[in-house]
Design a protein around this ligand. Structure first.
Ligand code: FAD
Length: 394
């Protein structure tokens, strides 16, 4: 564990053990887990909490498919299992509900081939998820409008591992908890502009400097540039943005409805009966936070998929950019050339399900303890190798 020293930045202020950059779901969980472990933490956010990709309203917690099991799938599975208790603890500490519920998920099967694969996956799910969660293949949905039977000509998968939560409610609970902890400072409207690695000092947008023991880059899409610079190859493209658009509908749907997922569209019912629809996946775009006709199209398709929301009025439209690392997997761990800098980025489409476990890994490392296993593909050097290959070509 790093011990706070007395202000190598010349301010005379004790420097925090850990500076966390970015107050999205990643940075908030990390700040909380580090504070629980007894570290002093400064969390800095260039805008307001939840300004980035975490500020939406989806919160689907869906596992990867159970076949071709690997380290990444195991990491996400463990994280999805644990999140239920993690959220319950946070709710207990704050008295704020996070809208979490393990509602399961329905996947309509459009073809005979999809059905065959699903049937093979029954055994894979049993082997890799264990007996606690089911993965069954049925001939028809239980209800005619969730999803439409027309979209499930070859039956439907019903799995019980998936869950959902409310992103704004989770972020509110995390920030409320952090505000109550004496060893955490949260500073909004303050951006990291540079890092003096020799002095271990963060340069900030108000012209001040902040010395630190370690710094964690949890600042979403903007983390990749800082990580590349710390790695010593500033022009290495370690990741980038993938835009997503989503909608919220007022449908008074039953809150125990399972998620529905089909061909990139997912539909979920929040605890308050509002229905969230996601998401587009756009590599090229001009306006990262604006919605357009691609969302209109998504809404149309979702209404056909789930006739229950056919007439439901749209009450929210939202867009932002997800952080996608070059190796597609999350980026987690110390930067080899600058181990005082930790990467916690690239959660891409699954951050809400794994951020708490990513935080556990970093905090265990800081404390010199054994944490959850981190797949090799998450390491900064693994992403850097892929980025270097992409740069030079095959
Ligand atoms: C439409 C859409 C739907 C999605 N649906 C789901 C879903 O159902 N389930 C799921 O798990 N995931 C989903 N995702 C993905 C998920 O939202 C992201 O993976 C996640 O929010 C990333 O969290 P983060 O904390 O890493 O980054 P962010 O939430 O982007 O947070 C980064 C923060 O860092 C701040 N920042 C940036 N630069 C600096 C700087 N220099 N100094 C200080 N602060 C800085 C930003 O202002 C921002 O607040 C969805 C994303 C989108 C766009």
């Amino acid at each position: 564990m790093v011990v706070a020293d007395s202000g190598p930045d010349g301010t005379g202020q004790p420097s925090p053990d850990l500076v966390v950059v970015g107050a999205g779901v990643a940075g908030l969980w990390l700040a909380l887990k580090a504070a629980r472990a007894g570290l002093s933490v400064a969390l800095i956010e260039r805008g307001q909490i939840g300004n980035g990709a975490s500020g939406g309203f989806l919160g689907a917690l869906m596992p990867h498919s159970p076949e071709r099991w690997n380290g990444k799938k195991e990491f996400q599975f463990r994280a999805l299992v644990d999140l239920e208790d993690e959220v319950a603890r946070l709710e207990g500490e704050t008295g704020l509900p996070c809208g979490y519920r393990r509602v399961g998920r329905l996947l309509p099967l459009p073809s005979g081939r999809a059905r065959e694969t699903a049937l093979e996956n029954v055994a894979q799910a049993r082997a890799n998820w264990g007996a606690r969660f089911s993965f069954d293949v049925a001939h028809t949905p239980d209800k005619h409008d969730w999803p439409s039977i027309l979209w499930a000509p070859h039956g439907i998968v019903n799995e019980s591992l998936s869950a959902r939560l409310s992103p704004p409610a989770l972020l509110a609970a995390l920030s409320t908890r952090l505000a109550a902890l004496p060893n955490v400072t949260v500073r909004q409207e303050l951006a990291l502009t540079g890092i003096d690695h020799g002095r271990r000092v963060a340069r900030l947008s108000d012209g001040s400097e902040l010395a630190f023991g370690h710094m964690a880059l949890a600042n979403g899409v903007d983390a990749f540039g800082f990580v590349a610079e710390a790695y010593g190859v500033p022009d290495l493209i370690l990741g980038g943005p993938v835009k997503g658009q989503a909608a919220l509908l007022n449908a008074a749907a039953p809150p125990d409805s399972p998620l529905v997922y089909y061909d990139g569209i997912y539909v979920l019912v929040h605890q308050n009966g509002l229905v969230a629809i996601g998401s587009t996946s756009e590599r090229e775009f001009d306006h990262p936070t604006e919605t357009d006709e691609q969302l209109d199209d998504l809404i149309k398709r979702a209404r056909k998929l789930c006739p229950l929301i056919k007439e439901a009025p749209v009450v929210g439209r939202w867009a932002n950019v997800r952080p996608r690392a070059v190796g597609r997997d999350p980026m987690l761990g110390p930067v080899p050339a600058a181990p005082h800098v930790l990467a916690m980025a690239g959660g891409f489409k699954i951050s809400f399900g794994i951020a708490h476990r990513m935080a556990d890994c970093l905090v265990a490392g800081l404390a010199g303890k054994k944490g959850p296993d981190v797949p090799e593909s998450f390491a900064v050097e693994s992403h850097a190798a892929k980025a270097a290959k992409a740069k030079t070509g095959p």
